[in-house]
Design a protein around this ligand. Structure first.
Ligand code: COA
Length: 263
């Protein structure tokens, strides 16, 4: 599918994986309005791109994944504009979380503020040893507005989230792994290959089952247990009607690897 030519975001599809790179290295890939717009467009296209089974999101250049929202733009914000900008960012980041396909953040350096939030909106986070993460906004007189206060607390728990948010401290990749903020830490030169290896493994599974698993986990977490279980059993039942289910079971019984049609 055509992702078009963009100013600040690069895309490439290879082996069923869409590589998305936020690429403004001069400002450490800071998210200005244009970049948020372009990310939104990319994930709108990716949703309908049948060639894409998994997305890997990373930052261009050596130093940063994304060093936050663009402070040059934030500095001129008025209250009503600020609310609109935050709502727009929230909508775009929710497109990532609710893409229906797994998105892996390959965190190659600074993931601060909006960059940390961008990683939080992904389903899985793999970090380079030199990555640093944090939400430094209270040191700028603001708080995060693209879902960070919400997703961070859901991922690492309220106490640790508040410690990170209130101190504005940056933490290294290994500390981030200890608190569950990143899934795994690898050497900088292994980052993309580690993300790709995980993406390929997921891409070999049933796409409809992968999508349902994300849906059950993501939406289920926001529901009382009983409703979450109802969602789970409904999705389970639905999957029993798919060609992927037939293929998965038949392949197991025939002792061969499955070839999922994704239907
Ligand atoms: N918005 C706009 N520009 C940014 C930016 C941001 N969030 N983060 C970095 N930049 C720019 C810097 O202003 C600098 O531009 P310049 O070369 O024109 O001076 C360039 O990117 C390189 O950053 P620099 O600060 O020189 O690199 P460093 O290695 O000394 O420090 C950081 C790296 C990430 C620690 C530092 O840039 C930083 O604290 N950035 C802001 C992080 C933040 O608060 N994010 C949340 C924003 S809401």
């Amino acid at each position: 599918m055509d992702y078009g030519t963009m100013e600040n975001v690069r895309t490439e599809v290879r082996d069923s994986i869409l590589f998305v790179t936020v690429d403004r290295p001069k400002v450490l890939n800071a998210l200005n309005a244009q970049t948020i717009e372009e990310l939104g467009r990319v994930f709108d296209v990716a949703r309908g791109d049948s060639e894409v089974k998994v997305v890997i999101l990373t930052g261009g250049g050596e130093k940063a994944f994304v060093a936050g929202a663009d402070i040059n733009e934030l500095a001129t914000m008025t209250p009503l504009k600020g609310k609109k900008v935050a709502e727009k960012g929230q909508r775009v980041f929710s497109k990532i979380e609710e893409l229906g396909k797994p998105v892996i953040a390959a965190i190659n350096g600074f993931a601060l503020g909006g960059g940390c939030e961008l990683a939080l909106a992904c389903h899985i986070r793999i970090a380079s040893e030199k990555a640093q993460l944090g939400l430094p906004e209270v040191s700028l007189g603001i708080i995060r507005g693209y879902g960070g206060t919400q997703r961070l607390a859901r991922l690492v728990g309220k106490g640790k989230a508040l410690e990170l948010i209130l101190t504005a401290d940056r933490i290294g990749a290994l500390d981030a792994e200890k608190v569950g903020l990143v899934n795994k830490v690898v050497a900088p030169d292994q980052l993309l290959s580690a993300a790709e290896e995980m993406a390929k493994k997921i891409a070999s599974r049933s796409p409809v089952a992968v999508s349902a698993a994300i849906e059950a986990t993501h939406f289920g977490l926001e529901m009382p247990l009983e409703e979450g279980q109802l969602l789970e059993s409904t999705l389970f039942g639905l999957l029993c009607a798919t060609e992927d289910m037939k293929e998965g079971m038949t392949a197991f019984l025939e002792k061969r690897p499955p070839a999922f049609p994704g239907r």
